[in-house]
Design a binder for this molecule. Structure first.
Ligand code: ADP
Ligand code: MG
Length: 351
């Protein structure tokens, strides 16, 4: 429709998600002195009096980010909040308010949307976040949920993706890979159900992984923990697209390289077992899976004693000079280039 000789049309797949954002926003100028940070971090940062305010938006689209065949609406509402709160915590800040916008087709009855809002309300309650507005409109097909989260912290608290230095330690919270594996389990059950609708799935052995996919949590507690331990990360990001993609963002933002040690990557024991069952390589899953909503950050070496032995935090490597490149050191001691095999909204590898 857009193609003619004078108006070429470029396939979005060629740009990839980040290339597209860069392309579309390259000519936008920042004019307000209160804008501390615009596009490019987990959240934008505004200076308001003695506080810094974070603003971030994420959208979940039916058929792209979720399938109502296996995602209960209550969990979906909860998750829509979590993915946004996670971006605020990734700035080392606490989330305070959110707005929720819906585009919904008339195939949804009121009761379904009540369920969705029960999940939204629950996340608000657990994370201490007020829902203060939004927008509601109809959609021709399916459900779209867009949440904007707002966070706040005293001036100078925010931690950006940039700011790490060579030799800073690379640290991740919790364990990773679980959400992707949970999705594989759910998809398999859905296929079995299609063939045999009387099939009663036994998800019990997979409950941790399925929960990581359907009802993830955001790491508000880690921001609190770091405050208590008096550790201020030098750079931070949340893991939405996969560990390797997020590590590369930290490298790119800080003009750095890194070394990630394969044997240090934290996996839940059930994740290991399901990798074997599905014949998947656990390192590939951890690097490329995504949706874990853990925090990935760098700390100065001097701060290591403060986090040492904490079961919620794992040192997985360190930053390096840019020239050293971003390297994965395998269990066999081999070094291979890290590539962003994380999520790509428009590429053939994406979903
Ligand atoms: P995250 O994975 O942390 O949610 P994204 O990859 O979605 O971040 O976005 C990267 C950056 O680009 C963010 O700063 C985001 O605000 C910005 N961004 C994304 N899409 C757009 C858009 N359509 N217009 C302007 N900025 C955008
Ligand atoms: Mg993020």
């Amino acid at each position: 429709m857009f193609e003619d000789k004078d108006h070429p049309s470029t396939d979005l797949g060629k740009l990839g998600e980040f290339g597209l954002i860069r392309h579309l926003t390259q000519h936008l100028e920042l004019r307000q002195p209160t804008t501390l940070e615009g596009i490019g971090d987990d959240a934008a940062l505004l200076a308001i009096g003695d506080t810094e305010v974070a603003v971030t938006t994420d959208m979940l689209v039916e058929g792209v980010h979720f399938d109502l065949g296996y995602a209960p609406l209550k969990h979906l509402g909860y998750k829509a909040m979590i993915v946004n709160l996670s971006d605020v915590y990734a700035m080392n800040m606490q989330a305070t308010q959110a707005t929720v916008s819906l585009a919904v087709s008339n195939r949804f009855p009121l009761e379904a949307l009540e369920e969705l809002y029960a999940g939204i309300a629950l996340a608000g309650k657990i994370y201490g976040v007020d829902v203060v507005g939004g927008d509601t409109t109809s959609s021709n097909k399916g459900l779209i949920i867009s949440v904007t989260a707002i966070g706040q912290a005293p001036k100078g608290t925010a931690v950006r993706r940039s700011g790490a230095k060579p030799n800073d330690l690379l640290v991740v919270s919790g364990d990773i890979g679980g959400a992707y594996l949970g999705l594989q389990v759910l998809r398999r059950e859905q296929e079995v159900f299609k063939v045999n609708p009387r099939h009663q799935p036994d998800l019990e052995p997979y409950s941790y992984l399925v929960e990581r996919q359907l009802k993830p949590e955001a790491r508000k507690d880690i921001v609190e923990l770091l405050g208590k331990l008096e550790v201020r990360p030098t750079a931070m990001i949340d893991i939405s697209d996969g560990l390797s993609s997020e590590i590369l963002h930290l490298c790119e933002s800080g003009q750095l390289g890194c070394r990630l040690f394969e044997d240090k990557i934290p996996l839940d024991p059930s994740a290991q077992a399901v990798c074997e069952e599905f014949n998947l390589d656990s390192t590939t899953v951890a690097l490329s899976g995504g949706e874990d909503y853990e925090l990935l950050f760098t700390i100065r070496q001097e701060d290591f004693p403060k986090i040492k032995g904490n079961p919620s935090l794992t040192v997985i490597g360190h930053m390096a000079e840019k020239e050293a490149g971003a390297q994965l050191v395998t269990r066999a001691g081999e070094q291979i280039d890290l590539t962003a095999r994380g999520w790509n909204a428009f590429g053939s590898a994406g979903e």
